[in-house]
Design a protein around this ligand. Structure first.
Ligand SMILES: [Zn+2]
Length: 275
């Protein structure tokens, strides 16, 4: 999730929320207001770079290289605004859905780094609970924790599809990846302290949001109905707009404050992967 976005505004302080918004809204503003479009140089210098050297855009979505960041920038600046669309939206790459194959969707393996230390069990439990929310909605997706890999849990471990690793950044609570993300960049980075202390956003819901990205889902608030927090147009709607979606930041004109999965979210994953 986006972080700060996710994390901090959940703590309920108006001041924190305002601070968070002014920082995190920088990216959406690009597409929202033509007069505010920064140069790529400005955009590049303002974009947060993660511990693994990936750029983070839209709050909690990684971009691997400067070249990829330029592609992202161009897609935003050049995107026409949508005026109509009919909760869940799937990421698209070159117009095609960004999703796992039917067989891979049933074999979404991961490790949880023992580097989480005293928070390791909390993260293991949050991952299982978050994954369980999607698994309960569709029998066609299955996440599996291969704990034998936890002591060697990184993007370089090819025994798992993705790794769950700690980060100390305060830029977000956690961030994930999309199915189209290159193998060496498929990780979920988690600030465990923030994960366990984000007010109404439970650890389960936060991880379910992140795993939503890992399944291919974009932020619901990029849809024009949200009226703010536009990201880009590289997505396809799976359901009617859902302001309470687990993929919709509450602070982006959302109608839920706890990041719970909705019935529409469950319809969305069925639409993409099957019941
Ligand atoms: Zn997110």
């Amino acid at each position: 999730m986006q972080r700060s976005r996710l994390g901090q505004f959940a703590l309920a302080s108006v001041a924190v929320l305002a601070t968070t918004m002014s920082t995190s809204m920088a990216t959406p503003a690009i597409a929202a207001t033509d007069s505010d479009i920064p140069s790529f140089s400005e955009f590049h210098s303002q974009t947060f770079k993660d511990v693994d050297q990936q750029y983070v855009v839209n709050g909690d979505e990684p971009v691997a290289t400067t070249g990829d960041l330029k592609t992202f920038y161009d897609s935003m600046v050049g995107s026409p605004k949508k005026t109509t669309e009919n909760g869940l939206v799937v990421n698209t790459v070159g117009g095609a859905d960004d999703k796992w194959s039917a067989s891979q969707a049933l074999d979404l393996t991961y490790c949880v780094s023992t580097k989480f230390g005293s928070q390791y069990t909390n993260v293991v439990n949050a991952m299982a609970a978050g994954a369980g929310q999607w698994e309960a909605a569709s029998s066609r997706v299955e996440f599996t924790h291969l704990s034998a890999n936890d002591s060697n849990c990184s993007v370089r471990n090819n025994a798992v599809l993705f790794s769950v690793e700690p980060t100390n950044t305060t830029q977000y609570i956690a961030r994930a990846f999309f199915p189209s993300t290159a193998d060496r960049q498929r990780n979920v980075l988690v600030n465990a302290g923030s994960l366990m202390n984000s007010g109404s956003w439970t650890p389960s819901n936060i991880m379910a949001h992140e795993l939503g990205h890992a399944l291919g889902f974009r932020h619901e608030h990029t849809r024009p109905e949200a009226g703010t927090c536009f990201e880009d147009n590289n997505w396809r709607p799976l359901t009617a707009y859902d302001s309470a979606s687990i993929m919709h930041y509450p602070q982006c004109n959302g109608s839920s404050d706890d990041l719970s999965m909705t019935a529409t979210d469950r319809q969305g994953i069925v639409a993409l992967y099957g019941a």
